[in-house]
Design a protein around this ligand. Structure first.
Ligand SMILES: [Zn+2]
Ligand SMILES: [Zn+2]
Length: 281
């Protein structure tokens, strides 16, 4: 992360920072948090308690690798009905993806209660793995989503053409999913929406450099999700801090303002969408 230049006062979230700064009460579910990461080892249960205080009705804990998925599963097991887990292979790690080994392990995760495949996808910005291997791992996980009837959590960065083509094909095969932490073009959002997918926005939309108001209005109410992507991408006014799920309240407020709607009403839709998308129980 680039250090923040925001002028807001710094507060340490581990030292009892407020989970919301007098925001209107509104419900939401964090559709994407890396809550099983070591960044939360010291205060994970407290961070989950702050979700409730901030109006949150749950957190989807992302397993971006098989090791992370095992940890995410344990977090979910400790918070039934409030934390759910996923399992996938991130595009950054696609070079180490071994279908013979990993696909069966992911299949077992779905059988064990993971609510989605992912996160997976294509990242041509960092190119941490060769692009052909990223596409291979992504294609296999889309096929697993189809086989297991799960949605797929998709990470995409600077890979619009390939992502668009693969999402379009997945949609026609009946696969549903989420374009997570979406910062792409209107054209790619529209490909996702046409495929019946959801678009999830993170704290990036609260940054001063965000100028695409139209994108925040383009996604229909019934296709919109919100996420923290914590521990990354803390929203204003916490930018530069370790992010945490409770701060989704700020991203929701930003989305509601951009859309000219009431956060409580929009949040209720987002809760409904998230439950429907991941079939949460
Ligand atoms: Zn991601
Ligand atoms: Zn993520």
């Amino acid at each position: 992360m680039v250090p923040s230049a925001d002028p807001e006062p710094r507060r340490d979230p581990r030292a009892g920072a407020p989970s919301s700064l007098a925001l209107p009460a509104a419900p939401w579910i964090d559709s994407h948090a890396h809550l099983a990461g070591e960044e939360f080892d010291a205060d994970r249960d407290a961070a989950i308690a702050r979700v409730r205080e901030a109006g949150g009705q749950g957190v989807v804990c992302i397993g971006e690798s098989l090791a992370a998925a095992a940890r995410a599963r344990a977090v979910a097991a400790a918070h039934p009905g409030f934390v759910w887990w996923t399992a996938g292979v991130h595009p950054h790690d696609a070079a180490g993806y071994d279908p013979a080994r990993d696909l069966d392990a992911l299949r077992e995760c779905m059988a064990a209660g993971a609510v989605a495949v992912g996160e997976c996808g294509l990242d041509y910005h960092y190119d941490h793995s060769p692009r052909a291997q990223q596409r291979r791992a992504f294609a296999d996980q889309l096929a697993l989503a189809q086989e297991t009837g799960r949605p797929v959590v998709v990470h995409t960065r600077e890979a619009e053409d390939d992502t668009g083509a693969m999402v379009r094909e997945a949609g026609s095969a009946g696969i549903t999913g989420i374009l997570h932490c979406f910062t792409g073009s209107h054209a790619l959002a529209e490909v996702g929406l046409a495929a019946g997918w959801y678009v999830s926005f993170s704290g990036i939309v609260t940054f001063r450099k965000w100028t695409d108001e139209a994108l925040l209005r383009l996604v229909p109410d019934d296709s919109l999700l919100v996420e923290s992507d914590s521990p990354y991408l803390a929203p204003v006014p916490f930018r530069g801090k370790r992010n945490e799920p409770a701060w989704c309240a700020h991203t929701l407020a930003r989305l509601a303002a951009a859309r000219g709607t009431d956060p409580a009403l929009l949040g209720a839709r987002i809760v409904e969408n998230t439950r429907h998308c991941f079939r949460l129980r």
